[in-house]
Design a protein. Structure first.
Length: 465
């Protein structure tokens, strides 16, 4: 069975370490409780905000706070502690408490305000859509010269690792933190009870399965009106011949997404799943936990999410006993047999808002530290996400990387389609626009053309602030 094959994939090839991103949530805008360390109150010669009494160069990080709920922030926090110990007396990272440290709809505007005040932190993280918007302020550091001056470091990254983080003239606005394949989790036992020995390979088979699950009073696929729903929209677009092109370029350049037939077909098919009752009743909440909960309690057979779902949900007390052991992880079905695909993301990374040369030395030391083999493997173990850099196969096996994620990464290399996720590669305002418009469209209050035109326009306007 594919379910068993997916769960037991080996971790002994370098390909298993390719990876990526993901996302956890915090909310509400608040001001930073400590100064961000902008260059307006410091100098390259070393003011009190640059250098401590013992000569250390001190930089600020706005996404390195301790967090009991966000595994990525918690990893960052622990990495800072290790970095400060290793570089004691030379560099130190100070953590800023920041309500917008994780992924949120307000995060971009928060940093845009800091950029206007010339008060960006020395270190923080953005997804690729936010990078594209914030670099227009002219306040982000370009890492391209750092990489050009260190061929050995640059050569450790996977091909295309920087694609979603580059400017039009070759600038590199961020150093990637992860590179992941994102698939669909499914309950092997529920599929077997519905008569399926393997995960469906086409969308038609997927819908047949959904109908059978509904007949058994099960939710076919759990959604949230936000992240998980968008993943399925992207899967439906990306598994069409021109879908990856739209998700990579068209979604940014087009002024009307409804003019693309692949987008129209995907949008209408996703809407129909809601109309047919294949999804949970609270599928418009905007909260991923409303999608996670029915899967974790075995009310739903499937849910789309990244590899971090294992540590943050499947291996917690929220999951039904034994659910991890009966969970498989699959690529998206295709519109025709043999044309499956998966979301591959590397669109989140470390950015810097400082121009101070001494601080930039510390920033470079830190991003090299967190992209080292030891650290990316620690991050993979802590978050379930996979490294953006090449890692020795033996080291990857010793690190005991999550087999569900590794299985999909191995499979992704052979799939017909690989494509980015709109939430990290599209306009920065997409998430807010989608959540505002999607419920009305599904409920029949908008036609497809009107929905897609509004979605195009509102995503652009939200990104512009």
């Amino acid at each position: 069975m594919r379910a068993i094959r997916t769960r037991t994939a080996r971790t002994t090839t370098a390909r298993t370490t390719t990876a990526a991103v993901a996302t956890a949530t915090v909310a509400a805008v608040m001001t930073v409780v400590a100064g961000c360390g902008s260059d307006s109150d410091s100098s390259a010669s070393g003011s009190s905000s640059d250098v401590s009494g013992d000569g250390e160069v001190v930089i600020t990080c706005a996404t390195c706070q301790e967090s009991p709920t966000d595994p990525f922030l918690q990893y960052n926090y622990e990495a800072v502690e290790r970095f400060n110990e290793e570089f004691a007396g030379t560099y130190r990272v100070d953590t800023i408490e920041n309500a917008n440290a994780g992924s949120s709809d307000d995060r971009l505007q928060y940093y845009q305000r800091l950029a206007l005040a010339d008060d960006l932190p020395d270190l923080f993280q953005l997804n690729s859509g936010e990078v594209k918007a914030l670099q227009e302020t002219g306040k982000l550091h370009d890492f391209a010269p750092n990489l050009e001056n260190d061929d050995e470091w640059a050569g450790t990254f996977h091909d295309q690792a920087f694609d979603a983080l580059m400017g039009s003239d070759g600038q590199i606005w961020a150093v990637p933190q992860q590179r992941d394949a994102i698939g669909i989790y499914y309950n092997v036992e529920l599929l077997e009870e519905a008569g399926y020995e393997e995960f469906p390979s086409t969308w038609d088979e997927f819908e047949d399965l959904a109908a059978e699950l509904k007949a058994q009073d099960k939710i076919a696929i759990a959604m949230d009106g936000d992240w998980a729903t968008m993943l399925m929209w992207v899967n439906l677009i990306g598994t069409q011949p021109d879908g990856a092109e739209f998700l990579g370029e068209g979604i940014v350049e087009s002024d009307n997404w409804g003019a693309d037939s692949a987008v129209v077909e995907a949008t209408e098919r996703l809407r129909d799943w809601h109309v047919e009752g294949y999804v949970n009743s609270d599928a418009f909440s905007g909260d991923f936990q409303n999608a996670a909960a029915p899967y974790l309690t075995e009310e739903a057979a499937m849910v789309a999410n990244g590899p971090w779902f294992v540590n943050t949900n499947l291996k917690t007390d929220s999951a039904a006993p034994g659910l991890y052991e009966k969970t498989g992880y699959a690529a998206a079905p295709g519109w025709s047999e043999g044309d499956q695909g998966t979301v591959v993301v590397s669109g989140a990374g470390w950015v810097s808002g400082t121009t101070d040369e001494r601080k930039l030395e510390a920033v470079e030391a830190f991003v090299k530290f967190v992209s080292s083999e030891d650290e990316v493997l620690k991050q993979a173990a802590a978050t379930g996400a996979n490294p953006p850099v090449k890692v020795d196969a033996a080291a990857a096996e010793d690190a005991n990387l999550e087999p569900l994620a590794v299985g999909l990464i191995e499979e992704a290399a052979e799939l017909t389609y690989r494509y980015p996720h709109v939430r990290v590669h599209g306009p920065a305002g997409f998430g807010t626009a989608w959540k505002n418009l999607w419920p009305a469209y599904v409920k029949g209050e908008m036609e497809t053309d009107d929905f897609l035109q509004r979605l195009t326009e509102d995503a652009a306007s939200e990104a512009a602030g």
